[in-house]
Design a protein around this ligand. Structure first.
Ligand code: ASP
Length: 462
């Protein structure tokens, strides 16, 4: 045996493995103080603790066996796993719509690297068909890997490249677009595309997964199937996010790109529409609208791509006792726009007023949004609100803070020398980012998995 047989294992596990004549990729029956387990010994992460041997059970889950609980390891076989997804050429059927999938990275494009224990982007879009063959029943899919990054590394440069690539694909005649993306900042990119790509004639559907495709509970395949269906056959020609509705795998929700937000760090049903109800559900080849005021698919291929962004914008998340020097520092650093996420109806403390005044005088535009996420900025209710308005801070109704940040970067890019036009653009809703009113029953109700939506769906699905 050579050291490769024990990839990553150190004492005391190393001696145990030698003693029982097993190695990495041995199929074993392990008798331990906790019970008997059957599985495949996986390589050990170099940075993980030294006390455990990791088994992949036939259920697909991995468990760690603590060395001092192991009585016996019996090798029953040996099977080296490569965790490569076969690249297969997508079958083309001229009767099916053509969809373009752009890969940007994230968990949906990942597998686990057993050597380091980390999730790494290693899933080229060309491998999709190999792992989700159902996609071939939906459309002719072409893939293009634009980036291979976790989504915290997405930013204006990538938004611009992506928007331009989508514009070209639409002009080239694709019937729908899918964008594979990390979930963490998917709502930022969805907002950026909603502003940069105006009046798209076809659906632009963003999709990700909370669990990588090598895990039995992965949401990757279902999300991809539903997103691809929506792009190929859906009637909603807007930027959408397609992710799990309930925590179970019954259906996905389609969220408008400017009203959606990641709300849970690990649930698969992490995306929620805020300030409104989701646009539709999608499951088993059927899209069921919940709202009807959406832009409809068109046959033309006209699309207006305005891929610009001024990076000198920021979000300031207010907290009690914020000091004015923070705002002064932003002005000194050359920021041109600040989106404040204020408390309650849109407030900050008196201490920062002089700094807001200095920002205004330096030509830095300040906008107010809400930490509560639901509801409207209303700065006429309290005296403090009125005072902040007088300092030139502009209220943004129910625009979400991240959406306002993205929109401000875009608006400053659109009108670099015209602050009035920037202000006019910011206060006009162009992609559903501000709505007249919240639905009375929207707040956490029509969000998937809750009884109210299930009752509605039972009626709609009849
Ligand atoms: N950290 C990952 C990302 O946003 C998580 C995911 O893809 O879900 O890229």
């Amino acid at each position: 045996m050579n050291t490769d047989d024990y990839q990553g294992y150190r004492e005391p596990c190393l001696s145990l493995m030698r003693q029982f004549g097993v190695r990495v990729w041995s199929e074993v029956v392990a008798r331990t103080a906790e019970g008997t387990f059957e599985g495949l010994i996986l390589p050990r992460s170099e940075t993980a603790d030294t006390q455990h041997i990791v088994l992949k059970l036939s259920s697909g889950y991995n468990i760690g066996l603590r060395a001092d609980t192991i009585h016996e390891l019996v090798e029953t076989g040996w099977k080296e796993a490569h965790y490569r997804i076969p690249e297969k050429e997508f079958p083309v059927d001229p009767s099916r719509p053509n969809v373009k999938l752009f890969g940007t990275g994230g968990t949906i494009a990942s597998r686990l690297d057993y050597r380091t224990g980390a999730v790494i982007p290693a899933f080229s879009p060309g491998e999709l068909y190999g792992s989700v063959p159902e996609l071939a029943d939906i459309c002719n899919l072409e893939t293009e890997k634009l980036f291979g990054v976790f989504s915290e590394n997405m930013g204006p440069e990538q938004y611009i490249e992506l928007a331009e690539a989508i514009g070209e694909a639409i002009r080239a005649g694709y019937h729908g677009i899918v964008v594979g993306h990390g979930t963490d900042t998917m709502h930022h990119t969805a907002a950026a595309l909603s502003f940069m790509i105006q009046r798209p004639p076809v659906p632009i559907v963003m999709v990700g997964s909370q669990r990588s495709s090598d895990r039995p509970s992965s949401d990757a395949a279902q999300n991809l199937i539903n997103a691809t269906w929506t792009a190929a056959h859906g009637e909603i020609a807007e930027v959408l996010v397609c992710m799990f509705g309930p925590t179970s795998d019954r259906y996905n929700l389609l969220h408008r790109g400017t009203r959606v937000r990641k709300m849970h760090s690990s649930y698969r049903s992490t995306f929620r529409t805020l300030g409104d109800v989701p646009l539709a559900t999608v499951a088993r080849g059927r899209i069921t609208p919940i709202k009807h005021d959406y832009a409809r698919r068109r046959d033309d291929r006209e699309v207006d791509v305005r891929a610009v962004f001024d990076e000198r914008v920021t979000i300031l998340y207010y907290y009690p006792n914020m000091q004015p020097d923070l705002i002064d520092a932003l002005v000194d650093c050359g920021y041109r726009g600040i989106v404040i996420a204020g408390t309650g109806l849109g407030h900050v403390n008196r201490k920062v007023y002089p700094a807001l005044e200095r920002a205004r005088d330096a030509g830095v535009q300040c906008y107010m949004t809400l930490q509560t996420l639901w509801g409207y900025v209303q700065m006429y209710v309290y005296e403090t609100g009125r005072e902040i308005l007088e300092l030139g801070v502009v209220p943004l109704a129910n625009m979400l803070p991240e959406v306002a940040y993205v929109k401000l970067g875009w608006a400053l890019g659109m009108h670099p020398d015209d602050p009035d036009r920037v202000r006019a653009l910011m206060t006009t809703s162009i992609a559903g980012e501000m709505t007249e009113r919240e639905p009375h029953d929207g707040y956490l109700v029509f969000q998937g998995g809750v009884p109210e939506l299930d009752a509605l769906l039972r009626r709609l699905w009849k």
